[in-house]
Design a protein around this ligand. Structure first.
Ligand SMILES: Cc1cc2nc3c(=O)[nH]c(=O)nc-3n(C[C@H](O)[C@H](O)[C@H](O)COP(=O)(O)OP(=O)(O)OC[C@H]3O[C@@H](n4cnc5c(N)ncnc54)[C@H](O)[C@@H]3O)c2cc1C
Length: 463
């Protein structure tokens, strides 16, 4: 079978690219190593097992809908969030692309209500943040909802299945290259699919695969950012004044001691801290989500510290996973959790110290000492950032605040790509989504898929 385009990955980038290409009558194959959305059930969530069962494909991060399909999908509709697509297509094109992708989510069943703070509240929060060196970016958010998220993704599948070939449970091993151009893919079972173009959108789960591909095809790397940090959990009341108005704000901060760039990420009011399993590296990291129909009394968000490594170092994923593995080692294969007061006081947390505190953890985690896992630089950054955040979220740097470790983002190898997301050194090869470092969230991943699809059809980005 010969296709016009083969798409690797059925996450938001792959799905939105396929919809765009199908609308232009292209013959498409979407291949994903995971399962269909209705078959994606993590045995931990189902209560069958207590720790990772190392399933052949991880239901949490792999399959139709991609990573995060099991959570309730928070769509960030503001340009400064969720990726770097603006650098490729410019702010105006990104804005209209976000509008287009958002419209599609609503058409397929997402909650039509979105959150946006009034100008006066936003101004006041920005002003208070600026007094301590925090750059506050308010966001417009659409919250799809837990059940709705699966339903929306399933409707997208139903819409595409009659117009594309879709192969699930089909891990791709290689991209076929002929005469310096992509000519199809080879699956792990040895079968091949030929195509005029290939669009790789393997997400963060596919980052190790992509890293190998980068080595084999000698693809140029633009930068190697590594995001490492912790997930913070506080009572809802600490963030309420902000989350009621904004649902989520993003704060950027350059820390005084090391001048490192830190940011808040993925804020979940009344949410839950969750385990994220990385199959390729056999490790558990932390993430968070909130559910439309089930609420906790805590808010969680990540603090991420970005470091850009330079040559001769070329293994940012190895660095980040090494740190995550240390946390798993000390926590008996689970996450570590520590009270801020214990971290500052140089002692490990214990169940009784956490039990005496104000916050009941929402995720199973082993009380321990994050300073045995994170380099001193990261610990200092986290503590300084929390002290600054206290200005706009009074109480966030209280001793009882819980820190879970570690949160890492494996979009660490950012590929050098042309403005239309094509790969400079190989013909007919495009990249989109989190895997290539273009996006960091659903909306920009989906938008990058649209950009690549339009470019494949010889068009400029058009929202
Ligand atoms: C628990 C959790 C909650 C999240 N919540 C949110 C949220 O609320 N809002 C938000 O904006 N973002 C959220 N995210 C992030 C969001 O899910 C990602 O940014 C987005 O899904 C990236 O889209 P993508 O298409 O680039 O890749 P992905 O969604 O990761 O999809 C990539 C797909 O490629 C497949 N794949 C990888 N390698 C191969 C291979 N070799 N062969 C075949 N298939 C392969 C994978 O199985 C996967 O299905 C969350 C992530 C997680 C893990």
């Amino acid at each position: 079978m010969r296709y016009d385009v083969v798409i690797i990955g059925a996450g938001p980038a792959g799905i939105f690219a396929a919809a765009e290409l199908a609308a232009r009558g292209k013959k498409i194959l979407i291949a994903d190593k995971g399962k269909l959305i209705r078959e994606r059930l993590c045995p931990i969530a189902g209560g069958q097992v207590k720790s990772c069962a190392n399933c052949a494909s991880c239901a949490v991060v792999s399959g139709w809908g991609g990573a995060g399909a099991a959570s309730d999908g928070k769509l960030t509709l503001t340009t400064g969030f969720g990726g770097n697509l603006e650098e490729y297509i410019g702010r105006d094109a990104l804005l209209s692309m976000i509008g287009r992708v958002d419209d599609a989510f609503v058409r397929f069943g997402a909650d039509p209500h979105s959150y946006e703070a009034g100008a006066e509240t936003a101004h006041e929060t920005i002003r208070r943040g600026a007094q301590v060196g925090l750059r506050v970016l308010p966001a417009r958010i659409r919250h799809i909802g837990t059940d709705a998220s699966r339903m929306v993704l399933n409707s997208m599948y139903e819409d595409l299945v009659s117009r594309c070939d879709i192969r699930m449970n089909a891990p791709v091993a290689d991209i076929l290259i002929r005469n310096g151009a992509a000519a199809g893919i080879r699956f792990e079972d040895g079968s091949e699919a030929e195509s005029g173009c290939v669009l790789a959108a393997p997400g963060r789960e596919g980052a190790p695969w992509l890293e190998r591909l980068i080595g084999t095809l000698s693809l140029p790397i633009a930068s190697m950012p590594v995001d490492i940090g912790v997930r913070v959990e506080v009572p809802d009341s600490v963030c309420e004044a902000l989350t009621r108005e904004f649902y989520e704000v993003k704060c950027l901060y350059n820390t005084p001691t090391f001048d490192d760039r830190c940011r808040t990420f993925c804020m979940n009011p009344s949410g839950f801290v969750v385990h994220e399993y990385n199959q390729a590296h056999h490790l558990v990291t932390v993430n968070g989500h909130s559910l439309k129909n089930k609420k906790s009394s805590n808010t969680n968000f990540a603090i991420l510290v970005t470091k850009n490594f330079t040559q001769p170092f070329n293994n940012p994923i190895g660095y980040a996973t090494h740190i995550a593995k240390l946390a798993n080692m000390l926590a008996g294969g689970s996450l570590l959790v520590q009270r801020l007061a214990d971290l500052k006081g140089g002692r490990r947390s214990t169940r009784s110290r956490i039990g005496r505190g104000m916050i009941e953890p929402t995720a199973p985690a082993e009380p321990g000492d994050l300073s045995l896992v994170l380099p001193h630089r990261y610990v200092t950054d986290v503590v300084e950032f929390l002290d600054a955040l206290n200005r706009i979220m009074p109480g966030v740097s209280h001793g009882d605040t819980l820190l879970y470790g570690v949160e890492i983002k494996l979009y660490s190898l950012r590929l050098e790509l042309n403005g239309d997301l094509s790969v400079p050194s190989i013909g007919n090869l495009w990249m989109a989504g989190d895997g290539a470092g273009v996006s960091r969230g659903i909306i920009q991943a989906a938008a990058s898929g649209v950009v690549a699809a339009q470019a494949i059809c010889g068009e400029k980005p058009r929202g």
